[in-house]
Design a protein. Structure first.
Lengths: 216, 216
């Protein structure tokens, strides 16, 4: 794994960095060249102090009284988030969620290219999705190694998710994005994100039930 | 909004409650009747102290030395998360992501029923998805009111997301699950969750780049 930022950065900080990057892109499209932490905070429904604190984690960017250069800050955030390079992504599971993810244009725009799709269904294996041919998940480890996959997206049934995750990790993949509604176990050196649509809905039903906000 | 838990509960606590519930269901399927906080912690890769702290937010459940009754704790968590009732959900956007969400069985199992689907595409309006007919999003407010929608899922293009969110809120819906890759503005009394697949990938590329874990 790389070096760089030594401190442990919280999940919500990383999420805010991703959001700041999106806001900066919006501001740039509108022709804005410099920006104060107040303006960035307003766009993100947060405080200027929070913005300054987040950005100061990575060194000092703004010039006192002049604000941030949109172009510079954007490029720094892209570098911090690892978006100044291309990432090779394997999509495991060619079902409905897999196919929606494959078609999701925002991935490619961000430098995440799905270089291989795998499934166990004989009716799907061999089919073409764009420039990619669906591979037999039987040979998962070999495909992941051959394609030099950086990140695996798991869009498999919940009963299979842990077993597939184990194989992905065995194949040397260091980052997993899991869409099965469970919590996977991976070694601590492997980065894991779980996206559970039903847990998101539960956060909303919790909020509706208790009148409790669920902000970060 | 309801009353109940007075303190503000963090997003990550609610997420852990959702996970505990899933683990309890697993344990119950395996025939386990009582459980210690240690066992629950081990399943969730967390600490027993964390489990006890989370659960104590809602009153004391465990009997000293006897652990938690799986059935009781499960039912308490379901009630806390608002899963002891049915929620009426509108799906706005019948594209690829919308259709994957519609087919997602886990929603219905959790008590979230998609009672209406809306889109602006004339080719889609009127089509049947299961027992639901796709409605013209032109009449969004009326449909949401007529169907007594509790939660709106937004699976619309990013350029339209804020405008649609404003209309949903105007129609009186108090909870929004947003799949467009942006941060929406809604009044503080409206519960909002953003699911951004590309931001999840960015959290992974950040971790791969910096060697920084992104745990909660």
């Amino acid at each position: 794994m790389g070096t760089g930022v030594a401190r442990k950065i919280s999940e919500s900080t990383v999420r805010r960095l991703s959001l700041y990057l999106r806001f900066l892109e919006e501001f740039e499209e509108q022709g804005t060249e410099t920006l104060s932490s107040e303006e960035l905070a307003r766009r993100g429904s947060t405080t200027a102090a929070q913005v300054r604190k987040d950005l100061s984690l990575f060194g000092s960017f703004g010039k006192r009284g002049l604000g941030y250069s949109v172009r510079e800050l954007k490029s720094t955030l892209r570098r911090l988030l690892g978006l100044d390079r291309a990432w090779r992504v394997a999509l495991i599971g060619a079902g409905r969620i897999g196919s929606a993810l494959f078609a999701y244009g925002d991935f490619r725009r961000r430098g995440f290219t799905i270089v291989t799709v795998l499934d166990t269904d004989p009716d799907k294996i061999g089919a073409r999705w764009g420039s990619v041919r669906i591979q037999d998940a039987e040979g998962l480890e070999e495909v992941l190694r051959r394609e030099s996959v950086d990140i695996a997206i798991l869009a498999v049934p919940v009963e299979e998710a842990q077993r597939v995750a184990d194989r992905v990790v065995d194949a040397g993949v260091q980052a997993v994005l899991n869409f099965a509604p469970t919590q996977l176990h991976v070694p601590t050196e492997v980065a894991l994100r779980d996206v559970s649509m039903s847990m998101e809905l539960e956060a909303l039903s919790f909020a509706l039930t208790t009148g409790n906000g669920t902000g970060p």
